[in-house]
Structure formats: structure tokens, C-alpha cells
Design a protein around this ligand. Sequence first.
Ligand code: TGC
Ligand code: FAD
Length: 389
Amino acid sequence: YPLTSIPDYYGIDALLTEEHKLIRQSVRDWVESFVMPQIDHAAQNHTDLPGLMKELGKIGALGPYIPVEYGGSGLDQISYGLIMQELERGDSAVRSAASVQSSLVMFPINEFGSEEQKRKYLPQLASGEMIGSFGLTEPNHGSDPGSMETYFKDMGDHYLLNGAKMWITNSPLCDIAVVWAKNEEGKIQGLIVERGMEGFTTPETHNKWSLRASKTGELVFNDVKVPKENLLPGVTGLKGPLSCLNSARYGISWGVIGAAIDCYCTAVQYSKERRQFGNPIGSYQLQQKKLAEFLTEITKAQLLCLQLGNLKNDHKASPAQISMAKRNNVKMAIDIARESRQILGGMGIMGEFPMMRHAANLESVITYEGTHDVHLLITGMDITGINAF
Ligand code: TGC
Ligand code: FAD
């Protein structure tokens, strides 16, 4: 489909700056030239895109809102959102790679790291020369990360780390991992664990039906000696990892609009070209209903994100507001991926079209960064003041 047909039904572009539009266009162009030609092959073959992180670094998609002095681009939150949207129009795996590096690795180092840690890691993470991962989830503790078992002990001149993290994006590729673990008082703190530290391994998780162009794996710590200077000094408690999630969930709210747009635009074009019973299928009311509802939902999601971005720029976005956007927009995108596949009939299951890939990817997106149900419970708690977990 022509990229000029990407929906802006409510003239939301008028609320963006010229800089926002330029950033969006440059990422859109990069996705067209780098991601689109190889994404179906990568997903079908369950392999990552070679050189992806350095490419993302070149286009400024890693740590867009991290200050320039540490290698970031110093952009605002709406720019970050637009970048995520364009990346996920390509594939959720590409957005995931940028989300984890930006919001889950660079963000905590920038927010909670020492000056030495910022200077040592951030510029290399921004360029994609170094790949980071984020270890919060454990085999026995997903939605309830506060019950984590991974722990570290103070051995005088170093810490000794033991435990395991599961479902970790980019773990098999990572050079460093930001790992959340309990200290001897049972309080959660962040440690930067580097590949090569003895006792640290990153086995890959095989056979996924979702996010097949992204590497997922474990982080296993068996008496890993972590230098004391690798502890993030600026935060203690679950609010450390959860504030990283606020940033990543915000980016996902934008990102999934990209996946929905890709499915919507493909379905509009197909419905005008494909003829049955002598007419284009787009001339039938049942198909028009689907397309009209897709556009309505995309437009609502765009407005939700834009205002959330304004709140975030002003440091006023609450975690519950972010939960509402993540939950609403991911459900919107997965519903559009599934329904739009039907508009393509049998062709909808083929790799030449993006629907099955997006729908399968979004099964992970609706689960990670807080499940659909967990975000509903966060909203419920915000409304009633009663914790239903
Ligand atoms: P609770 O007792 O409510 O809170 C504990 C402390 O945390 C604070 N807090 C937050 N701080 C910042 N941002 C938030 N969103 C926060 N939510 C809570 C809270 O104020 C409290 O602070 P303090 O100072 O009083 O101690 O926590 P709980 O144990 O009842 O748990 C509730 C909660 C919210 C943690 C849970 O519902 C939740 O969010 N679970 C979901 C876990 C999750 O999202 N995991 C994601 C793992 S990373 C991932 O999936 C990456 S995929 C990336 C990719 O590939 O793109
Ligand atoms: P569970 O917590 O076991 O949940 C199972 C079901 O129970 C869900 O439907 C859930 O909503 C429901 N449930 C749980 N508690 C309640 C309750 N109190 N009330 C009602 N229902 C409840 N994690 C990281 O730390 N880093 C990563 O980089 C990362 N990347 C990921 C990549 C992929 C591809 C995937 C699939 C996951 C990734 N995750 C990552 C983990 C992800 O965050 C967790 O899968 C998610 O938080 C859910 O945890 P769980 O899978 O253990 O499910």
C-alpha cells in the first residue's frame, strides 16, 4: 500500500511539530528499506535480523530521550512514541529490541546509575555496539515480581549473585543485563551483569510461535561475582524496575498502533482489489463495518497516546494512565490483526501479507510488560483504592 495512505483521520498530524514528522518519516523510510525486505524470512525461520541493533543506533532509535551528553538524542516523549510506532509497523520484534535497550536498559542506568556507569555504558548502548537485556521475570514469578527469588550477598569486595530470570528479550545476544535481585535485607536492587562474568549464562528459548524475529532466553546466575561498582546506587525497592516498565509500556502503547496500521492499510487495499460475486469485497457492508471499526479504534488509540505523551513530557503521566493505554491499544491491535486477516480470506494466512505475523507477535505483547488482566487490575485499584491482586 502507498505509505501516504497511513491514516490520520482526525488531523492529528497538525498537533505534531515539524521535527516529530521528520523523525517519523526517517524511521518509516528505514523500516521500508531495512525491515520490510527481510522480516517475513526472519520470522518464518525464527532468526533475528543481522546487524539490527547497530542499524537502530544509526537512526537514533536507541535511547531517543536519553540526554545527548550520554549518546542519546535528547528528544521528547512524543518523538519516542512515533519511533516505536514506525518500528512496530515493521514488526513487534524490532520495536521490542528498541524498547528493551531504551526503556529497560538505558533508562535505569540514566535514572539510577552512577556517573561512571552512565559514561561507561550509555554511549555504547545508544550506538548499538553494546546490547542490553532486562531481567525481572523469573520462572516462578511473572506478574508478581515482588516475590522474586534471585538474590545477592555482600562478600566485602564484591557481591555474589544467584538465581535465574526467564523470558528475557535479547538475553542470548546481550553484552550486559540489568538484573533485579534481592539484597540480604530482602530489598530489590539493580545490578549490571556483564557477559563473561564467571557463572553467568544466557540459554536461548526455542520454538516460539510469537516474536519469532526476536531472541528470547534466560539469564542464569551461579555464584556470579559482581563488582560493587556495578550496583545501581539510585534506587531500592520494586519501584526501580516498575519505573522502567512505565517507560516501556508507554512506548508499546504507541508501537502497537503501527502494527494495527499495517494490518488496516493492507486490508483496505485488498478489499478494493479483490472481487467476489462480481464486485470488490470492499463494496459489501460486512467488510466496510470491519474497516470502519478498525479506523475508529486506530484513531482513538492515536489520541490516547498523543495526550499520554503530553502528560509524560510534563512528568504527569501516572502509572495507571500508562496501564490503561497499554491495555487498550494492545487489545485494539490484536483484534485488528485477527479481523483483518479474515478480510484477506486464505491469502491472509500467507507470509506475503503481515496479518498472521502481527497477530502472533501481539500474543506476546498482550502478555509481556504486564498482562492484559494485570493492567485491568491496576486500573481497578486506581478507581477503587482496593488492591485486587
Ligand atoms: P505494589 O505493592 O503495588 O508496589 C510496590 C512498590 O512499587 C511502586 N509501584 C510503582 N512505581 C513506579 N511505577 C509503577 N508502575 C509502580 N507500581 C507500583 C509502589 O508505589 C510501591 O512503592 P513503595 O515505595 O511503596 O515500596 O506492588 P505489588 O507487589 O502489589 O505488584 C503490583 C505490580 C504493579 C508490580 C504488578 O501488578 C505488575 O505490574 N506486574 C506486572 C509485571 C510486569 O509487568 N513485568 C514485566 C517484565 S519486563 C518485560 O516484560 C519486558 S518485555 C520487553 C520487550 O520485549 O519489549
Ligand atoms: P503469570 O504471571 O503466571 O500469569 C498467568 C496468567 O494469570 C495471566 O493471564 C495473568 O494475567 C493471570 N494472573 C496473574 N496474577 C493474577 C491475579 N492476581 N489476578 C488475576 N489474574 C492473574 N520479562 C523480563 O523481565 N524481561 C524481558 O525482557 C521479557 N521479555 C519477554 C519476552 C517475551 C516474548 C515474553 C512472552 C515475555 C517476556 N517477559 C520478560 C516476561 C513477561 O513480562 C511475563 O511473561 C509477564 O509479566 C507474565 O508473567 P508470566 O508469564 O509468569 O505469567
